[in-house]
Design a protein around this ligand. Sequence first.
Ligand code: NAD
Length: 328
Amino acid sequence: MKILLTGGAGYIGSHANKLLSSRGHETVVADNLGRGHREAVRWGRLAQVDLLDEATLDKLFEAEKFDAVMHFAALIFVGESVKHPGRYYRNNVQGSLNLLRAMRKYGVGRIIFSSTAAVYGTPETSPLPEDHTLGPINPYGWSKLMIEQTIRDFCSAYGMKAVIFRYFNAAGADPERETGEKHDPENHLIPLVLKAVRNPARSLKIFGSDYDTPDGTCVRDYIHVCDLAASHLLGVESLMEPGGEGTARVYNVGNGEGFSVREVIEATAKVTGKKPRVEQAPRRSGDAARLVASSEKLKRELGWRPEYPELVKIIEHAWAWEQTLPVD
Ligand SMILES: NC(=O)c1ccc[n+]([C@@H]2O[C@H](COP(=O)([O-])OP(=O)(O)OC[C@H]3O[C@@H](n4cnc5c(N)ncnc54)[C@H](O)[C@@H]3O)[C@@H](O)[C@H]2O)c1
């Protein structure tokens, strides 16, 4: 297959790129490199394209005949989206609309979309199934829910086929250390703990320790980035099967087990032999006590199984990668 990966110079897209290439698929990465890294495109080809630039996007689709698109490209920071909502709706929603328009114009009918647990409202059950009430609480989550709906509408209007993956917290890194997490600024817990372990000038903030959880800190579902990549391979293979035109299937992708902030810190200490300096901070508004995925539908329908569900293994891989980066 020949697959276009938007945002393939970023964290999750680069892992998917490695996996697809290792399975003999031809990949093209479309990334504006605004938040991604040229050196992360170690497989396939890089086309430096901004999804907001329709003319360049058209040229890319004119020049290549893709079997499917994996759409990772987005701005991803919740806090930034609250401060700059216009930037998020423009980049994420308009960018996706441009991509869908180009797909339709050039007859590319299969898409996999990177959605998020942030589309759900306050969790009423744990683990959370796909039919849980939706209700994002920030522009980032809303931008993703709007794209989900746009994709559904394009599918039913134009006979396209889609798989929408709602990721929980992506974590870990390529075990061979060829790619890994490199966000700037970093605001994901595991890399923040690892950076605080490496750099004693840093401390780690724990936002709230009075939640209704066993140790009072927030519980999240950490899914190994290679297991996320594996779900994309299964997703695209399922889209290649006949039938299903006009439909968009939704799957959670998560570990199914939750780990608290303190458990992450303890597991990090096991892996690295060190504990970070910790600062207690007040709760952040909008943080649910517990956010854990049910990925039963993905297991049942696509036969997905996480290869790295253990937190220690996830942190080992993240730690091995972190040590390839300069201390900051
Ligand atoms: N990291 C997580 O835990 C997580 C969780 C849920 C969902 N997601 C979703 O997964 C996807 C990938 O996340 P990530 O962590 O790899 O992020 P990332 O920032 O590492 O990668 C995103 C990539 O998209 C590119 N990009 C952004 N806007 C673009 C545009 N207009 N045109 C071209 N390229 C553009 C960036 O340059 C970057 O390389 C995102 O859609 C994100 O919303 C991530």
